[in-house]
Ligand binder design. Structure first.
Ligand SMILES: C[S@@+](CC[C@H](N)C(=O)[O-])C[C@H]1O[C@@H](n2cnc3c(N)ncnc32)[C@H](O)[C@@H]1O
Length: 247
């Protein structure tokens, strides 16, 4: 398989620096685990450094961008995890599930190989951050690829869901990270850090409207208060599949 991130991942290690505040929330959700599996690990963002991490990633381009000091990585996909049952204390999958071919199978695999919590960072597709006013195709893309919040309980059983607020100066350039820095979306290099911009039609039209509204002050009349806000609920969620009762 030629993984999609072999082409998307070009500037990934510069644009997608793990944000320390989000890292703290993920680390807390991993509880007391000593061994952690990171599925869809990419370049290694959010991998704890004080636990024994095993990374799984299908894209060779992303694997090559991992630092030599980062956790051992195995080239594989969520749908076929090459590990025995209950091999890990905890597992994580950060901003990756929307890329999986078979999400139910991938989560079943994660549950099979994990004794404790499964921590997923994802996006609730019922949210409509302001960028969707300019690029309505993002709404249908998110609806197509992002599981709904209720699907996680069907797939994982008992789950806890927490909002992940995005800091105004978030260092991880995921899709809605620039909620208080609208000019950033006009920069092609910044957009190259998010796969969604590679996947939608009508991008040029949306960018032209945003650019015009920034010039005329229309964006600021409607959303200018966001420039002074410290954090924002853009719709990102930590979904925690709770520990198995008998483990
Ligand atoms: C947006 S990146 C996130 C990477 C990393 N977790 C992070 O937070 O920076 C999505 C990752 O999911 C990987 N991916 C795509 N399909 C996958 C699959 N079926 N199983 C596991 N990972 C997959 C991609 O190759 C890519 O590295």
């Amino acid at each position: 398989m030629t993984a999609r991130y072999d082409t998307i991942g070009i500037n990934y290690d510069q644009l997608r620096l793990p944000d320390p505040r989000i890292a703290r929330q993920i680390n807390h959700a991993l509880g007391t685990a000593s061994t952690v599996l990171n599925v869809g690990a990419g370049t290694g963002s959010y991998e704890p450094t004080d636990r024994q991490v095993t990374a799984v990633e299908p894209s060779i381009e992303m694997i090559r961008k991992r630092k030599s000091s980062s956790a051992r990585v195995i080239q594989a996909s969520a749908e076929h995890l090459p590990f025995d049952d209950q091999s890990f204390d905890a597992a994580m999958a950060i901003l990756t599930i929307h890329h999986w071919h078979d999400k139910a199978l991938g989560l079943r695999e994660m549950r099979r190989v994990t004794r404790g919590p499964i921590v997923l960072l994802t996006f609730d597709p019922s949210h409509r951050p302001w960028l969707t006013d300019y690029m309505p195709e993002l709404v249908s893309l998110d609806a197509r690829q992002m599981p709904t919040m209720s699907q996680y309980a069907e797939w994982l059983g008992s789950v806890t869901i927490e909002p992940v607020l995005v800091p105004h100066d978030c260092t991880d350039g995921f899709l809605y990270a620039y909620w208080s820095r609208p000019e950033a979306y006009l920069d092609e290099r910044i957009r190259s850090g998010s796969s969604s911009f590679w996947s939608i039609q009508g991008l040029e039209h949306g960018l032209a409207r945003l650019s015009h509204h920034l010039e005329t002050g229309q964006w600021d009349s409607k959303h200018g208060h966001l420039r002074d806000q410290r954090e924002y609920d853009a719709g990102y969620r930590l979904v925690i599949g709770n520990q198995l009762p008998d483990s």
